[in-house]
Design a protein around this ligand. Structure first.
Ligand SMILES: [Zn+2]
Length: 131
């Protein structure tokens, strides 16, 4: 299929529910059509959807994704910190190595998904304000 083909008339934003749009954002796809990508690289936001030409550049997530990533990562890592603090069977460097590895992995996994979620939420707000 030709990527430059205009599908904007085929895709209606009115049939997209909030749940579907947010899930598409988490997957890193356009909240309107679910076909085009939101990012050109790991976190580089695209200007517009390459499938339906929806404007993505105006949806600025700013610090929201970082806030949500820290919130979720902290809640996942907290039980490990408590476990390691109560069980001093391992040397401190082993505990710190395991925790830092878990934290870095979670941040790399969660950050683009959180950014997609915020972009989709902003898209939903924009759609509701335009109606
Ligand atoms: Zn699209």
């Amino acid at each position: 299929m030709n990527k430059n083909q205009d599908h904007s008339k085929k895709v209606s934003s009115k049939s997209v529910t909030g749940k579907i749009a947010l899930w598409r954002g988490i997957k890193g796809t356009c909240p309107r059509c679910g076909q085009g990508k939101l990012f050109t690289s790991y976190l580089q936001q695209t200007d517009h959807c390459d499938y339906c030409h929806e404007d993505i550049a105006s949806l600025r997530a700013d610090d929201g994704p970082a806030w949500l990533t820290i919130l979720v990562t902290g809640h996942i890592v907290a039980p490990f910190i408590v476990f390691f603090a109560l069980n001093e069977t391992y040397p401190a460097w082993v505990m710190m190595s395991i925790l830092i590895t878990i934290i870095i992995a979670l941040v790399f996994i969660l950050l683009p998904r959180c950014k997609g979620l915020f972009i989709a939420a902003l898209w939903l707000i924009k759609q509701k304000s335009e109606r």
